[in-house]
Unconditional design. Structure first.
Lengths: 125, 125
DNA sequence: GAGCGTAATATACTCCAGGGAATAACCCTT
DNA sequence: AAGGGTTATTCCCTGGAGTATATTACGCTC
């Protein structure tokens, strides 16, 4: 009869706890799901243009995100070269690789946290 | 030298882990910070209009949020009456009070989680 | 040095979520 | 029965975030 059950068998999970986390640096968001996905695609393609395309993101947006990350990290996560062989490109630095790993681990912990909280909600606090 | 330090003294916290959580029900978001704040204001003022005003939110938006919460909860969290003394009003039900308490507890846990993760990030995973 | 594909940057445009405004319904008070 | 303040609902419209478009710069290849 009650909207938020005090105690229930939890045969079915009525509610789930969802959420987002991100890492903030000096100028706001530093790492988030979108940014890390972009880093992964840059690593895969070696090009900001193609990475953006694969994520259905405008080049402009992708470039802004890369700039923001590079500014806030102690060392660049992505190094882009203009002109030259193939017209240029972008490579993920070692720091970039560590940034991906860090965020993925963080996100995995967050997932566990949410699952735990979801159980709490459905079983009644 | 590295953007994401592997190990650092953490004399200053360079990064903080931020985030949002919410409770999802059948039709998407059920409880979030904004919604719970609205519930608290409705309890305080006994009026959707004044609650919305105090949050600088349009009545339309507030009403939609209340509708959404009432639909998704087993029992209404807010009961509104039209016409009558004072033109009407809205009261928070007992289930509504429990919803506030539930989310506040959830959010407190989340805060602890973020603080822990922030320490992890700044000290190096 | 012409051509290529990319990075970098500025400008113009589109689209739609959100809010404002307007209206109706409601029912107690006087 | 008129008034008042609230809930409930529809319609219209704007702001601005994001995208598309356009332009320039770059440097290796051939």
């Amino acid at each position: 009869m009650s909207g938020i059950p005090a105690k229930r068998p939890s045969l079915e999970a009525r509610y789930t706890v969802e959420g987002h986390i991100w890492v903030e640096g000096a100028e706001g968001t530093f790492l988030g799901v979108g940014r890390v996905l972009l880093l992964e695609k840059i690593k895969e393609y070696g090009s900001i243009t193609r990475a953006a395309g694969s994520l259905e993101m405008s080049y402009r947006k992708a470039w802004e995100l890369v700039e923001s990350m590079n500014r806030q990290a102690g060392a660049p996560l992505v190094v882009a070269t203009t002109g030259g062989k193939g017209g240029g490109g972008a490579v993920l630095t070692e720091a970039g690789g560590r940034a991906i790993k860090l965020f993925r681990e963080l996100d995995a912990e967050f997932r566990k946290f949410r699952e735990k909280m979801s159980r709490t909600v459905n079983n009644g606090a």
